[in-house]
Design a protein around this ligand. Structure first.
Ligand SMILES: Cc1ncc(C[n+]2csc(CCOP(=O)(O)OP(=O)(O)O)c2C)c(N)n1
Ligand SMILES: [Mg+2]
Length: 297
């Protein structure tokens, strides 16, 4: 259900941040193995979009999916247990970061294949339409994924079939080490517009900006008009755990941190006082101390 409670919106963003920081801590302490793609810095996109969705709406995600799932309602404790390989994990500890599904909250899965979820999501949206449901599908993809052929085929079919879907493209400026300004020809929104898909390009560091676009995009989807939201955002961490970050300057990261959706002191559209934000963070910090204790991290 549409959430316009600003404290709750901020809380959700901070829960994502704490979840990601706990993943980092668990890796460092040896409780998690393999790799993970963290979304620290991109929380406003997940929350801005999912605050506009109903529980029964479907979200399909990619490899950087932790924020998408938590924003859609996945329990962070069960998610962390999953990454630790525990039986109590969301998928009995067998899925890991890139294969997590929780259909009870409409989270249809993370996906390690760049752009791989997009055609599947269009098919799901079409099934929603054919079954006469009042729900829609959202699929998250990165700037790099928009160069995958399957994404173009899927956008074409979504438009032709009037599928109730929103493509949410998180343009975090890089696909691994490849800068979007060198490897994406034309603009991201023009790619969708070519298929007759309504497009917005918004400030992905501002929850409010994303939320406004997503609010109208959901209404359009229900009328059979797919849309595409480019959210300009930034990941503060490396691409994955093993990234040396040789392709970007430390100064660039520093500048983007000034518009951190959680810690920036700049006016952000949420209209919450600094004190209110600090109180919310303290509450969430204490919830995560309890979670860590229970999981033994
Ligand atoms: C089909 C396919 N090709 C290549 C990869 C390797 N790969 C993993 S993530 C990634 C970059 C994706 O970039 P983007 O879509 O911008 O998402 P971001 O990582 O920036 O969130 C690539 C190329 C893959 N997983 N799948
Ligand atoms: Mg990217």
């Amino acid at each position: 259900m549409y959430c316009n409670d600003k404290k709750e919106v901020y809380r959700r963003m901070y829960v994502i941040r704490k979840t990601e920081e706990t993943v980092l801590e668990a890796f460092k302490k040896g409780f998690m193995k393999g790799t993970a793609h963290l979304c620290i810095g991109q929380e406003a996109v997940s929350v801005g979009v999912c605050s506009c969705l109903e529980k029964e709406d479907a979200v399909f995600s990619n490899h950087r999916g932790h924020g998408h799932m938590v924003a859609k309602g996945v329990d962070p404790e069960k998610f962390l247990a999953e990454l630790m390989g525990l039986d109590s994990g969301l998928c009995a500890g067998l899925g890991g970061s890139q294969h997590i599904v929780d259909t009870s909250v409409g989270f249809m899965g993370s996906n390690g294949i760049t752009g791989g979820a997009v055609p599947v999501a269009v098919g799901y949206a079409l099934s929603q339409k054919l079954s006469g449901s009042d729900n829609i599908t959202v699929v998250f993809l990165g700037d790099g994924a928009t160069s995958q052929g399957a994404v173009h085929e899927a956008m074409n079919l979504a438009s032709v079939f009037k599928a109730p879907i929103i493509f949410v493209c998180e343009n975090n400026k890089y696909a691994m080490s490849s800068p979007a300004d060198k490897f994406v020809s034309g603009s991201l929104v023009s790619r969708a517009e070519a298929y007759g898909i309504i497009s917005w390009s918004v400030d992905g560091m501002s929850e409010k900006s994303v939320e406004i676009a997503a609010y109208w995009a959901r209404k359009a989807a229900l009328k059979g008009k797919p849309s595409f939201i480019e959210a300009k955002t930034y990941r503060f961490c490396g691409h994955s755990k093993s990234d040396m970050e040789l392709y970007r300057k430390k100064q660039e990261v520093k500048e983007w941190r000034l518009v951190d959706p959680i810690f920036s002191d700049l006016p952000d559209g949420l209209l919450l006082s600094i004190e209110d934000k600090a109180i919310i963070r303290k509450e969430v910090d204490s919830e995560f101390e309890d979670i860590k204790k229970r999981l033994g991290i």
